[in-house]
Write a protein that binds this ligand. Structure first.
Ligand SMILES: Cc1cc2nc3c(=O)[nH]c(=O)nc-3n(C[C@H](O)[C@H](O)[C@H](O)COP(=O)(O)OP(=O)(O)OC[C@H]3O[C@@H](n4cnc5c(N)ncnc54)[C@H](O)[C@@H]3O)c2cc1C
Length: 425
């Protein structure tokens, strides 16, 4: 049973940041209570039953890369390491809807990028020298928009860099943070194909990231209280003294710890003088209830279309559009038909619109610009028993599962270190 000898850890928010912290700390035997505002854990990474299509869908198909080591450690810790699926090698298929040309970029496994020397593996119409600015980006210091740090045009940009950075940064890469883009490169292309295998959860992100975490926590005697929104933090001196949930208030002793793992707009309303990102970007997902054609690739990148990534999943096809602000004004039925028209052209399926759902996440991630990146706070606060977690804290990564999980692990580490310090004192 978890021990409260070293104080109880209250985790506010059951998104991936909060769950990763809970899983880590519960493995160390800590007494934990997780408080979640909504009726479901998972936050921005959740699956649910959609009555319109009669399917369980994800709020967005989440793409990871094999180099996302914290996310994979988390999956291992909750017994879900087999929930992600991907090709044995780092291969990315693309189609250009302007001329219907198709190509596959096949990265070589190691850190020497042999693939860029091979016309059959690199991006069509590119030359070796086109790849040099990517190497230079790795060594840049200071944060500026990507457009000021490397050429943002030409076949390499249009056919590989823009689709990959747009998916990872969730912002038109021209305006994206060069620092975040460089860190992505360091953790992926610079390591080589073994860090770049695309991974998705074909049976849904809920079955991969959330349900097994809740099961693990339950087995460890950890309570996750749903529909329990924190209304206010009460401070005394340099500590949090109480958690105010409106109808109930929980006193917090100096031995207890609070991990605030809520989105930035909630955190700034709870923590005085907290600086955090204030601009956001949306993601739109279209889901269609239909069997993908046999042999169709699990995912394909789309250039010159509204669709950006098309995922072929069991009994359904899902399409992701990042930085999708322009699509938010389009009526949903019109958008579903427009995207399906492209999917039909790509897959060869009939033009008749299958049962569909459009999911619009308006504040999917903070806007990954240099300005917003500079506003991200570290995990430590000026209150001794309060730490922050979430994809928007200063993880050095864009707002991704990997960043959220790392932030949760960091918060857990800080809470654990504090316990060691308290005991030694
Ligand atoms: C559509 C979409 C597609 C995405 N695609 C990808 C992808 O392909 N790859 C990838 O790596 N990442 C992707 N992401 C990003 C990824 O989902 C997030 O980075 C990650 O889920 C963030 O986790 P988090 O714990 O930081 O925040 P959240 O998931 O926002 O969790 C915060 C939790 O706090 C709760 N909360 C808020 N206020 C309170 C309160 N006052 N009291 C109690 N609880 C509160 C919320 O309800 C929520 O459950 C995508 C995101 C979206 C929306």
């Amino acid at each position: 049973m978890p021990s409260s000898e070293a104080g109880t850890v209250h985790i506010i928010g059951a998104g991936l940041g909060g769950l990763a912290a809970a899983v880590r700390l519960s493995a160390a035997g800590r007494a934990i209570v997780v408080h979640e505002a909504s009726g479901q854990a998972g936050g921005r990474c959740r699956s649910y039953y959609d009555h319109v299509t009669g399917m369980v869908i994800d709020n967005g198909t989440h793409l990871l890369l094999s180099g996302n080591h914290a996310a994979r450690d988390y999956l291992k810790a909750i017994g879900a390491e087999n929930a992600l699926e991907g090709p044995p090698e780092a291969e990315f298929e693309f189609i250009d809807l302007a001329d219907h040309s198709r190509w596959t970029v096949k990265l070589s496994p190691g850190s020497i990028p042999w693939w860029i020397f091979d016309k059959n593996r690199r991006v069509p119409q590119t030359k070796l020298r086109d790849y040099l600015p990517l190497a230079r980006l790795l060594w840049r210091s200071g944060d500026r928009p990507l457009s000021e740090l490397m050429p943002c045009s030409g076949p390499l940009y249009d056919r590989l860099i823009e689709p990959l950075f747009l998916a990872a940064l969730n912002i038109e890469p021209l305006h994206g943070s060069g620092e975040l883009a460089a860190q992505l490169l360091r953790e992926t292309l610079a390591i080589g194909g073994k860090a770049c295998r695309p991974l998705i959860a074909p049976d849904g992100i809920g079955n991969a990231f959330i349900a097994p975490a809740l099961r693990t926590l339950r087995e460890r005697g950890i309570e996750v209280i749903l529909q329990h929104p924190l209304h206010a933090l009460r401070f005394e001196g340099d500590c949090v003294a109480a958690l105010d949930f409106g109808e109930d208030t929980i006193p917090i002793s100096e031995m207890d710890s609070v991990i605030l793992a809520v989105p930035p707009y909630s955190a700034t309303s709870l923590v005085p003088e907290l600086t955090a990102p204030t601009a956001f970007r949306s993601i739109v997902n279209a889901h269609y209830r239909i069997d993908p054609p046999a042999g169709f690739p699990r995912m394909i990148g789309v250039v010159n279309g509204t669709s950006e990534w098309v995922f072929a999943l069991p009994g359904r096809i899902a399409v992701t559009v990042s930085d999708a602000g322009e699509l938010l004004q389009i009526p949903r039925a019109e958008l579903a038909a427009k995207i399906w028209h492209e999917v039909a052209a790509i897959t060869g399926l009939p033009n008749d619109l299958p049962p569909w759902q459009i999911v619009r996440e308006r504040r999917a991630t903070f806007a990954a610009t240099p300005e917003e990146n500079a506003k991200r706070p570290g995990a430590v606060t000026k209150w001794r028993n309060l730490v922050l977690a979430g994809d928007w804290t200063a993880t050095g990564l864009p707002a991704t599962i990997e960043g959220a999980v790392r932030s949760g692990h960091r918060a857990a580490e800080l809470v654990e270190t504090r316990r060691t310090w308290t005991r030694a004192a």
